[in-house]
Design a protein around this ligand. Structure first.
Ligand SMILES: Nc1ncnc2c1ncn2[C@@H]1O[C@H](COP(=O)(O)OP(=O)(O)OP(=O)(O)O)[C@@H](O)[C@H]1O
Length: 311
């Protein structure tokens, strides 16, 4: 496969341990060019390690890695000018001013974007003369994103790009990722926010303990299995579901997913909705947020791993 036709990122059997800690345990993934892929998983799932291996900042123990058709272990000089990196938590000389920092990074690129324009787009114009250490966390985050983008990279790695941002700044970053995608830039981002993965990514890889446990579009991942729907409601914890199950048609299941969070799965037709509400009325149960819907990515993660994404 020629360099230009190869996926933006392809990993096969990627492994990395730190002493006894297995960070990445045989991860496979493929990011086609011009698309956005989200690695979604809880803290410690191995997302940052994976991204740092792709960037050439960490050496894997094993596995096949191709980034823009190149091997970051041996071809990092050719790779670096073609990728943009927004590391988790950013980082810069404390005294450097925002515009100095961006200009510095821009001078390393063959055909950089206009730094002043980028600062303006990212809402940093008024902070351009502010030393890095005096920028707010959100401003540092956005400057880090500007540095990742100023070289017009073909592929951008964004490690938890909106961690710690207020909703307005988060929206701005989301819009920018949308613009990158429209421009044909490939994006690999990590997040533990399911709405971020859902909103930004063409494909989502759910990672847990260094492995991909599920992969697909958010739509595919959350699709009701076998065309079956879900009815969800919230109420007090530990309701006795035995009687509800007895009232429901055969094939329906009722489960308490988390304390006070209930789901009925099966062919959820109007009759099933009416059975559930009648059961609630009979037992003096006030059901909040009753809805018939598909699963969320959060639920998919919980079902696959038995744990919450945010744990
Ligand atoms: N340099 C290191 N030395 C020792 N252990 C490490 C190192 N880097 C990562 N780990 C461990 O490897 C595992 C995976 O960490 P990693 O940072 O890749 O996960 P993550 O999914 O990005 O989590 P987070 O969202 O918290 O960054 C964790 O158990 C972590 O403690």
């Amino acid at each position: 496969m020629s360099n230009a036709d190869s996926p933006a990122v392809r990993l096969r059997g990627l492994k990395k341990s730190f002493g006894d800690t297995v960070a990445v345990a045989g991860l496979d993934l493929c990011l086609p060019r011009g698309t956005v892929l989200a690695l979604l998983g809880p803290n410690g799932a191995g997302k940052t390690t994976t991204v740092e291996i792709c960037e050439g900042f960490q050496r894997p123990d094993d596995g096949e890695i191709r980034v823009l058709g190149l091997d970051p272990r041996t071809q990092s000089e050719a790779l670096r000018p073609r990728i943009g990196v927004m590391p988790q938590g950013g980082g810069a000389y404390p005294g450097v001013r925002a515009d100095e920092m961006l200009h510095l990074v821009a001078t390393c690129a063959a055909d950089p974007l206009d730094p002043a324009w980028l600062l303006d787009v990212l809402g940093l114009d008024s902070a351009r003369r502010t030393p890095y250490k005096r920028l707010s966390g959100g401003q540092q985050q956005r400057l880090s994103l500007a540095c990742a983008l100023v070289g017009r990279p073909e592929l951008v790695f964004l490690d938890e790009p909106t961690a710690g941002l207020d909703p307005q700044a988060r929206r701005l970053v989301w819009d920018l990722v949308g613009a990158l995608r429209r421009d044909g830039v490939s994006v690999l981002l990590t997040t533990h926010l399911m709405d971020e993965a859902e909103t930004l990514a063409d494909r989502v890889v759910i990672v847990d303990h260094g492995r991909a446990v599920a992969e697909g579009t958010a739509e595919e991942l959350t699709a009701p299995e076998d065309g079956r729907q879900e009815l969800r409601f919230r109420s007090q914890a530990a309701l006795d579901l035995e009687l509800l199950l007895a009232a429901l048609p055969e094939g329906c299941q009722a489960t308490e997913l988390r304390p006070g969070d209930y789901v009925v799965r099966g062919v959820v037709d109007p009759q099933v909705v009416s059975t559930v509400t009648a059961w609630c009325a009979q037992h003096g149960v006030l059901a909040h947020e009753l809805r018939v819907s598909r699963r969320s990515l959060e639920d998919v993660f919980l079902e696959l791993t038995g744990r919450e994404l945010r744990s």
